[in-house]
Design a binder for this molecule. Structure first.
Ligand code: ADP
Ligand code: ZN
Length: 728
């Protein structure tokens, strides 16, 4: 490359965590050896921020007088080339600033410096002048010549610290630096492989084959709950570990997947490192750093784990690939399942998408050969699928003011008699979704959102599920002042629990939801208690639907199967099918005869029929047909634009301006229309929906549209959501 001025020859582009479209150029101080991927501290305005040295083609020319220098190069492995390409790719695809995507990689600044070593002790040949039994115990223990911490040694030998200190003084120990402790031990692919059934073995061989091929592939691993998908993809993980590769397993609710960690531990002799928002800060740092250093080989994590600094990633498994939790709808809007496939493509390795009820998109990709399709059609061993029935709520309605129909109550009673467990599922937290005054009709609404306040009776609060606003349940109506005439409308799980306790006062009943006091720890304990059989009736939200194995659970009752069908979402039927299949799949995991009862007002709805008949195939064909007719994904492309502002008029006007700026052509823009959730946290929201044919370049269209519309001013914000999952 021709260098025209020595003064600016030594500059590099640095991607900083800001919404800027391009990296900024910085000077490299003499003697500092940076390369693409180096993590550096740079001045940005008045602040110092961490950034990543980016690839040369992105460099901007900069006025030498304005050029600022890199302040510090962290002693940290550089962000790998694959990862840099991934960041650029995600930014382009989601129309996000690359810096905002890089920000997700740079989340843990404390991990950029190497982990400090721990002061330790190592035994020397020197013996102390005076020997005591305590001293002898310490010396005997430490004769393995490994390093010990001072307190670890005292503890292991059962002596006080002063005994150890005395030996140090006597010269029997030297002080050394111990390397940082690994967060997890190294998993061993040969530790304890399961005896797979014939089908399972065939599936495992197919997946192992993909890993052995050492190139990109995407495989849908489809099999009913309990068919052994986890056991099967463990074999793919073993194959990747044998090749010296790092592995990422994405799970939709990592905080609840204690069972997964234990099973992994059982199979590989060590647990995977966990990655999710609930980790202690110190653990977070250690995990991030040890992934970058290559010391952590397997990570089980939530969607954000895609942005961890792997060096040798060679396999990604996305478990429950259909789960809506994989979609991030904040700052950078991305779908972790889709981005996992992209990450695998860039890295040239396999991605495995596992599910009992795949998304229609993935199912179609597998059908048309874009993805491979590996299937497990039966439950493992003697476990049979539950027998499923719809309860027609028009024919057998519950008693007045109640929500459980006579057939469901009868089944709960029968299950109690057999000393087995029941699960009642309702995807609604709290006591009641709406509270109103019987006298004047006043409804309690969030002051900052267009949503009703949900009564949480255990806490004595009315709570907004969108912004967290809460107030005490008043005794009098704030509008008309009448005392004691507030009524709860509709059920939440707390209300169902009340009904259950009334009907079965001697049963041990528990309510499980994400707003249970005590957080994840408490939840884990409760789940263990259920597994051990200390509970008779569980009432829960979707939290209990996922991944758990309750051996004695033989009845699952779905309290309101129609709940998800009401909101006008194009994926409503698919979501209902997935959620209810997953919930009813909690029953009968160990061969006991089991039953799933689904309370519905529309037993003839295709989603209900598919669940009850078990004919998933027909359901998928029906859904794929509908998508094709509507030119919806995967037969067409969608993007949402959400315009929000402090006033309704500002949001609407900017929405109109965007619409007016849309280039002409085959891509259509619908809206702006007021969003169903018109107000969140005091911000008014309008939506535009962009709909194009499958081959359309939506990103180019959106860029042109946003680029030629006036810049958002004042409080106006524009978010783009490519492949939207939510339309609220
Ligand atoms: P899925 O992920 O498809 O729901 P799992 O892998 O969780 O299925 O398997 C369901 C249950 O059956 C688990 O308890 C698992 O340990 C057990 N299981 C499945 N396959 C085997 C096997 N080959 N050997 C022993 N246990 C198995
Ligand atoms: Zn609110």
């Amino acid at each position: 490359m021709k260098q025209d001025s020595p003064r600016i020859s030594n500059t590099v582009p640095v991607l900083v965590p800001t919404p800027s479209e391009r990296p900024y150029t910085y000077a490299v101080p003499e003697g500092m050896a940076v390369e693409p991927g180096s993590i550096v501290a740079v001045p940005l305005g008045p602040r110092m921020v961490a950034g990543v040295v980016w690839d040369a083609e992105s460099a901007d020319k900069v006025d030498p007088k304005k050029l600022r220098a890199i302040e510090h190069l962290f002693d940290c492995p550089p962000v790998a080339p694959d990862m840099r390409r991934f960041v650029d790719w995600v930014a382009r695809y989601t129309l996000s600033a690359p810096g905002m995507v890089a920000r997700m990689v740079l989340r843990v600044p404390a991990a950029f410096d190497p982990e400090p070593s721990t002061p330790g002790l190592r035994k020397t040949e020197a013996l102390p002048d005076r020997m005591t039994p305590a001293r002898a115990r310490v010396l005997d223990l430490a004769s393995d010549s490994l390093g010990w911490t001072r307190s670890g040694l005292a503890h292991a030998a059962g002596v006080s610290l002063s005994v150890v200190d005395g030996l140090v003084k006597a010269g029997s120990f030297t002080e050394i630096e111990l390397p940082p402790m690994p967060v997890v031990a190294t998993p061993d692919p040969d530790y304890d492989a399961a005896d797979l059934s014939g089908d399972q073995q065939a599936a495992a061989d197919a997946l192992r084959g993909q890993v052995a091929a050492e190139g990109f592939s995407a495989t849908l691993l489809e099999g009913v709950t309990g068919s052994g998908k986890t056991e099967v993809y463990f074999e793919a993980i073993a194959a990747a570990l044998e090749q010296g590769k790092q592995v990422l397993v994405l799970l939709p609710e990592i905080a609840l997947t204690q069972t997964f960690l234990e099973r992994f531990h059982g199979r590989f002799g060590a647990p995977p490192a966990e990655w999710h928002s609930d980790l202690a800060p110190k653990t977070r740092e250690k995990v991030w750093r040890q992934i970058a250093d290559g010391r952590v080989r397997v990570v089980a994590g939530a969607r954000s784990a895609l942005f961890l600094p792997f060096r040798e990633l060679g396999l990604i498994v996305v478990d429950e690939e259909h789960d809506p939790a994989y979609k991030q709808e904040d700052r950078v809007f991305y779908h972790a399942r889709d981005m996992a496939v992209v990450r695998a493509h860039i890295g040239g390795f396999p991605a495995i998408l596992a599910s009992a009820t795949p998304s229609v998109e993935t199912r179609f990709n597998a059908e048309c050969g874009r993805y491979r399709h590996v299937r497990l059609d039966r439950r493992f061993a003697e476990a049979a699928m539950p027998e499923l029935h719809a309860i027609d709520m028009r024919r057998t309605p519950p008693a007045r003011g109640k929500f459980l129909s006579p057939p469901l109550l009868k089944a709960i009673g029968a299950t109690l008699e057999k000393e087995q467990q029941s699960l009642l599922f309702l995807n609604r937290r709290g006591y009641a979704p709406l509270t109103l005054c019987r006298v004047c009709g006043h409804r309690f609404q969030c002051p900052d959102c267009s949503s009703w306040l949900v009564e949480h009776r255990f806490r004595g609060q009315l709570l907004c599920h969108h912004c967290g606003h809460h107030e005490l349940v008043p005794e009098a109506c704030p509008e008309c002042g009448t005392l004691d005439h507030l009524v709860a409308c509709g059920p939440g799980i707390e209300r169902i629990a009340e009904e259950v306790v009334e009907a079965f006062p001697d049963a041990r009943t528990i309510v499980l939801s994400s707003d249970m006091l005590g957080g994840v720890k408490r939840l884990r304990l409760e789940l263990e208690a259920i597994e051990k059989g200390d509970v008779d009736i569980v009432i829960g939200t979707q939290l209990v639907a996922k991944g758990h194995n309750f051996p004695n659970m033989t009845l699952v009752g779905v309290v309101d199967a129609d709940l998800g069908l009401a909101n006008g979402d194009p994926r409503a039927a698919e979501r209902t099918f997935q959620l209810l299949s997953q919930v009813t799949g909690r029953a009968g995991r160990t061969g006991k005869k089991s039953l799933g009862l689904i309370q519905t007002f529309q037993p003839e709805h295709p989603a209900m029929r598919a669940i009850v008949s078990g004919d998933a195939e027909a359901f998928y064909q029906n859904q794929i047909g509908e998508r094709e007719r509507g030119h919806l994904p995967p037969f067409g492309r969608l993007a949402s634009i959400i315009v929000s502002a402090n006033s309704r008029a500002e949001a609407e006007n900017h929405g109109r301006a965007l619409r007016a700026a849309a280039p002409a052509g085959e891509i259509m823009v619908l809206g702006p229309a007021e969003a169903p959730l018109a107000l969140i946290r005091g911000r008014h929201r309008f939506r535009l929906l962009v709909h194009g044919p499958e081959r359309a370049n939506l990103q180019a269209f959106l860029r042109a549209m946003i680029g030629s519309a006036p810049r958002p001013r004042g409080s106006v914000r524009v978010s783009v959501d490519i492949d939207p999952q939510s339309f609220l």
